[in-house]
Design a protein around this ligand. Structure first.
Ligand SMILES: [Zn+2]
Ligand SMILES: [Zn+2]
Length: 254
């Protein structure tokens, strides 16, 4: 089984307002490790701007692009510039502007507890119930609709760790993921689908992607969590779009 790329890795740029050491690798170190592990492509996906503790600073995006170009030359690895954006409202808003999106090769979206809500109203309506891990029916419905609206509004390529920090109706999410050509992640640390969910998602033909979510260079390319899950629950490798193939990204000009 050949893994073509790892499309969810963090570097020291995920440092937030206070330069917290959330991830330790540099872009070059992540790319060097990808090369060592035989990957052909890698993506740098820092936490989105509204993540108070670990978000990348908007001003660093251009700097990162330059660093990526240099690291590509040094390692020969193809490096994409993505971001792990945050859903910040029940209306499916994410923390990226149109201008931001133009600068990126692809977009991962997830929900994170420390991402600032769009407004005070949305803090109480959306962020707080998720922070408190309330899994009431109305929370699941609200989260699911928020994610579906985000998929409609933005060119989202991958949903990171679906269900983590944000309970979802996977059947509805799966149907919408197919409609909008969005991958659901098999995250390197957290996978929340039950066996029953997987059965339904596979029957629908949902596209998956097994990523590391590495926060250090040494974890780049470690997608075993996803692969083990895939084997255990009979997900055909043809549905895992970074195995034996390059995934297609909506915003990527290459
Ligand atoms: Zn995440
Ligand atoms: Zn991440």
């Amino acid at each position: 089984m050949v893994i073509f790329g790892d499309y969810h890795t963090h570097t020291i740029y995920s440092g937030g307002r206070f330069n917290v050491k959330h991830a330790t690798g540099t872009i070059l170190e992540n790319a060097m490790m990808a090369k060592q592990k035989g990957l052909k492509q890698i993506a740098i996906t820092e936490h989105g701007f509204s993540h108070k503790l670990y978000g990348v600073k908007r001003k660093n995006i251009d700097k990162m692009r330059k660093e990526i170009e240099e690291a590509k030359k040094t390692t020969g690895i193809d490096i994409l510039l993505g971001i792990e954006a945050n859903i910040i409202s029940s209306e499916g808003d994410i923390d990226l502007s149109e201008e931001d999106i133009k600068k990126l090769d692809f977009i991962i979206v997830g929900f994170h507890n420390f991402a600032k809500a769009k407004s005070i109203k949305e803090f109480f309506k959306f962020r707080l119930p998720n922070m408190l891990s309330l899994h009431r029916k109305k929370d699941i419905k609200r989260n699911t609709l928020a994610l579906m609206k985000a998929m409609d509004k933005y060119p989202i390529d991958v949903v990171s760790h679906p269900g983590a920090h944000m309970a979802l109706d996977f059947e509805m999410v799966g149907k919408h993921a197919i409609k909008t050509n969005t991958h659901l992640e098999l995250n390197g640390k957290r996978i929340c689908y039950t066996q029953d969910d997987v059965k339904k998602l596979v029957q629908m033909g949902v596209m998956f992607m097994a990523n590391s979510d590495a926060h250090s260079a040494k974890r780049v390319g470690e997608v075993n969590n996803g692969i083990n899950f895939m084997v255990k629950y009979d997900i055909p490798s043809s549905l895992v779009k970074n195995i034996e193939q390059f995934p297609h990204f909506k915003n990527c000009k290459r």
